[in-house]
Design a protein around this ligand. Sequence first.
Ligand SMILES: NC(=O)c1ccc[n+]([C@@H]2O[C@H](COP(=O)([O-])OP(=O)(O)OC[C@H]3O[C@@H](n4cnc5c(N)ncnc54)[C@H](O)[C@@H]3O)[C@@H](O)[C@H]2O)c1
Length: 321
Amino acid sequence: MGEKFKTVTVIGAGTMGHGIGLLFALGGCSVRLVDLSRERLDRALKLIESHLDGLKLHREYGLEADAVLARITPECGLDESLPGVDLVVEAVVEKAAAKRELFQHLGRRLGADALVASTTSYMDVFSLAPEGLQARLLIAHFYNPAYIIPLVELVPGPKTDPAAVVRLRNFLETLKLTCISMKKYIPGFIINRLQRALGREIFHLIDAGIADPAEIDRAAKASLAIRLPVMGVVARYDFAGLDATLNNIKGEPVHLASGSDRSPTLERLVAEGRLGVKTGRGFFDWSGRELEDLLRQRDLRLLQVRRLMQEWIDRDARKGD
Ligand SMILES: NC(=O)c1ccc[n+]([C@@H]2O[C@H](COP(=O)([O-])OP(=O)(O)OC[C@H]3O[C@@H](n4cnc5c(N)ncnc54)[C@H](O)[C@@H]3O)[C@@H](O)[C@H]2O)c1
């Protein structure tokens, strides 16, 4: 059994922070959810209530929704009470200046035993933190939505105490999360690197007018989406045959998109304000539907897949015992 972090402070209550806060509250922690304005905190709490109401996540923990909400204390700005905190999760914007300033603040105020976990997607946060935080700073990269997707990539910095990684990993595993420990930092860790490679090809196929966005998604859902949960991305090669894989690689050159990640289509859509579901249009038209309804429909489907996957993950883990 892992150590229970009783009091967790999640800093940044945006897309990731509100979901991570909910996850910890479901797991029995007292959560302080910190952001810069009352408005952002209200939005985060509204989303959390909506997730509980729509997905009934609390029932899996034998709790009432109100009991989960009561564990979350919203806080505008960091106060002086950081010394009582066991774990800080940094989920502020992906900007070096914001993270550096926050780490300086934590370095001055945090108690000596508290861990600091950053959920940065790509950044070398270790280069932004003061010396006093280095031994207890690590990356814990959650996936969105954090209350459904169980993966956390744990990445130590050059001076992170290995015991800090073990402490956090043991705790996160009590929350039924799947923790992957990486040996050292690389931007994007495992899954964002794979997604980035896939993204290059997706944007290339769209930019070059080779296939429409809807057709690409239809193709992915009818193939990758079914194979991935069963074979992962590596065992798949064993099933395909490594000789066949080698032949494919040596055969007709594919000329995968490489070099630049910039996509003219992506840049045009962003310039037009087509940012995705949050503005009603992105690659697709989402207009006329409430954002919360879109997220709920997504989450209900993700939960169905997660429950099936969890069964398989648990069964595989039992076989490995
Ligand atoms: N969005 C994703 O899918 C995703 C997935 C995994 C990791 N991440 C990472 O998580 C982090 C947060 O991303 P996000 O998508 O939640 O961003 P977001 O913009 O939705 O939320 C960030 C929040 O941090 C707040 N903030 C900024 N500075 C602050 C400070 N000093 N104190 C308190 N609050 C502060 C902002 O007001 C905002 O509400 C980033 O490092 C990002 O790379 C994002």
